[in-house]
Design a protein around this ligand. Structure first.
Ligand SMILES: NC(=O)c1ccc[n+]([C@@H]2O[C@H](COP(=O)([O-])OP(=O)(O)OC[C@H]3O[C@@H](n4cnc5c(N)ncnc54)[C@H](O)[C@@H]3O)[C@@H](O)[C@H]2O)c1
Length: 284
């Protein structure tokens, strides 16, 4: 089996980045979203990102032209999955919504179509159970911003076949990504590590170990992280960080209990960059 047609469902932060990487890889890519504005913004994002890519000599003019020719948008999930070899779901992290998308896609996609989800937390075994093709369902966890972040975590469910994993690995590599294979555990590899490091930084700030600036600087320069844990928290959103920790606390235990300071900042509406203030202040 070969992958030619890719359907990406959800044209938000992640879906538009995934569709960009997929179209650049040469896959005929259709980005499906219920919102017309999101579809338009996602196509503009591709146009803008190709222009920036040309200026920085990351892609050629001809690659940019091919990318835009490979990318279309649609509001119609059924007719799009009907032609897809691979579906990548990137709708919001709501179980019922993902279930509905997968059930509908399962009814309308050809038998061979693979289903991948970009979920941050939901089990691939559970996602597979919403379909009659559990062996072809997998988590394909991209990172934000997708066009710059080089990793895809491939998370296998109980029934996911080796053939599915191989094809997802091949597709990810064609999109210019490195892959790691992960067995099904809450938080995969990256969310688990990142949640713990981030939470520890909040505890340190609360205990008065150092200022926020110095905690971030110490981790950047002393541990060689590209960003400090507190500035990263502001970038991802403190609410998203808190939800992730709550989920890991529920599933993996006490060491993931969210730091009280993090809960307090979220209660105060200080959600990070997107709300203008988190640990740090941002201009509008
Ligand atoms: N944002 C991140 O940094 C990040 C990183 C890794 C994984 N994820 C995961 O990726 C997924 C998407 O996250 P996001 O941040 O891109 O969300 P987002 O809110 O930016 O985008 C979701 C998109 O889905 C669309 N949508 C909603 N219902 C739909 C439907 N029925 N059919 C088609 N489209 C529909 C929305 O209009 C929106 O454009 C989530 O599962 C999230 O946990 C997010």
């Amino acid at each position: 089996m070969t992958i030619q047609n890719v359907a990406v469902v959800g044209a938000g932060v992640m879906g538009r980045g995934i569709a960009y990487a997929s179209a650049l890889a040469g896959f005929h890519t259709t980005l499906v979203d219920v919102s017309e504005k999101q579809r338009r913004d996602a196509y503009s994002f591709a146009e803008h990102t190709t222009q920036k890519g040309i200026k920085k000599e990351k892609i050629t003019e001809s690659q940019a032209k091919d990318l835009l020719a490979n990318l279309t948008t649609s509001s119609d999930l059924e007719s799009t999955v009907n032609k897809a070899d691979l579906l990548i779901e990137a709708v919001p992290e709501k179980r019922e919504l993902k279930k509905k998308i997968l059930e509908t896609a399962d009814q309308h996609a050809p038998e061979h179509t693979l289903f991948a989800s970009n979920t941050s937390t939901i089990s691939p075994t559970e996602l597979g159970s919403y379909t009659n093709r559990a062996s072809q369902v997998v988590v394909m966890h991209f990172f934000n911003p997708v066009h710059r972040m080089p990793l895809v975590e491939i998370v296998k469910g109980l029934e996911t076949s080796e053939q599915t994993v191989d094809l997802i690995k091949f597709s990810s590599e064609k999109m210019g990504k490195e892959t790691v294979e992960v067995n099904e555990f809450p938080g995969f590899v990256t969310s688990r590590i990142s949640a713990l490091v981030g939470n520890e930084a909040f505890h340190m700030l609360q205990e008065g170990v150092a200022t926020a600036e110095d905690i971030d600087k110490a981790v950047r320069l002393g541990l060689n992280y590209p960003m400090g844990p507190l500035e990263l928290g502001d970038l991802v959103g403190l609410d998203a960080r808190l939800n992730n920790l709550k989920y890991l606390h529920e599933t993996l235990g006490e060491k993931y209990r969210p730091a009280p300071l993090l809960e307090q900042l979220v209660q105060a509406g200080r959600l990070g960059k997107k709300s203008g203030r988190g640990i740090y202040k941002y201009n509008a």
